[in-house]
Design a protein around this ligand. Structure first.
Ligand SMILES: [Zn+2]
Length: 72
């Protein structure tokens, strides 16, 4: 199985281009070490976007799922 390594810079671009579904606020990408996170150049991390308005934390997979749903 091939492991996909994500670039933190790319992840930041993606996350911070998204808006909060609840209030429309801007998201700021944050991450911390997590064994079930995504593989990046600094190891496995849990990536999420924190809404700057309401404080809701959007997990990366939620943002990705939301994106793929809006495409189809
Ligand atoms: Zn919000």
């Amino acid at each position: 199985m091939q492991v996909q390594v994500f670039s933190l810079e790319r992840l930041r671009e993606f996350v911070e281009s998204q808006r909060c579904s609840w209030c429309g606020g801007r998201l700021k990408m944050k991450y911390y070490d997590h064994p079930n996170g995504v593989e990046t150049e600094v190891g496995k991390v849990w990536v999420y976007g924190e809404c700057q308005k309401c404080g809701y934390q959007w997990a990366l997979w939620k943002l990705l799922r939301r994106k793929s749903r809006s495409v189809t």
